[in-house]
Design a protein. Structure first.
Length: 192
């Protein structure tokens, strides 16, 4: 479910039933895609993997010995069909974890990198859809996306009388709501 619902966006835009739920949902999903990567969550990037039969190893660039624990259930994505899914951590090393994969017992693959990085997600304890500041930021991004879709991308006048901007969908999209998101931003998302 998106942080901003279709009903909330429909009301904010004042479009009534002029547009289908699917059209408005695509805007809500786009706002989530723009905002959620910047928010703090219990997810780490996986830089590579290897396996020896059904024993798989996921490698990280960061130390994970204090992040994961044996017996923990994690969700693996972007690491290949044999690694992806809900997995139980069998052992934890400094920069890797061992899991059971769906490879055949006789399949051995040495380390190879994953590009773009995969992800391992542990339990998340914050539901951002219930945080008022995040809800407002999401709605503001939704309205910006909608407005950009409906108007030209030049500096002309928008139908509502505001002045358009060619930078509406640039990095300024999230920067405009960064003040609302500040308590929830992941420091790792602000590097560079």
């Amino acid at each position: 479910m998106s942080i901003t619902t279709v009903a909330e966006l429909r009301t904010a835009l004042g479009v009534g039933t002029l547009y289908t739920d699917a059209v408005l949902q695509s805007v809500c999903d786009a706002a989530d895609d723009a905002l959620l990567p910047f928010l703090w969550k219990n997810v780490l990037p996986v830089s590579g993997h290897s396996n020896n039969g059904t024993a798989g190893v996921l490698y990280f660039n960061d130390y994970v010995s204090d992040v994961f624990y044996v017996g923990q259930t994690v969700t693996v994505t972007g690491c290949g069909s044999n690694f992806n899914g809900s997995k139980t951590v069998n052992s934890v090393n400094e920069k890797s974890i061992d899991i059971t994969t769906t490879h055949a017992a006789n399949v051995v693959k040495t380390f190879h990198p994953i590009y773009p990085y995969g992800q391992v997600a542990a339990t998340t304890y914050t539901d951002y859809s219930t945080e008022p500041a995040v809800q407002e930021a999401s709605l503001m991004v939704c309205v910006s996306i909608w407005t950009s879709r409906q108007t030209n991308s030049g500096n002309g006048m928008n139908p509502d009388g505001s002045i358009g901007s060619m930078y509406a969908m640039s990095s300024q999209l999230v920067a405009r709501v960064r003040g609302l998101l500040a308590p929830y931003l992941d420091p790792r998302s602000m590097v560079g």
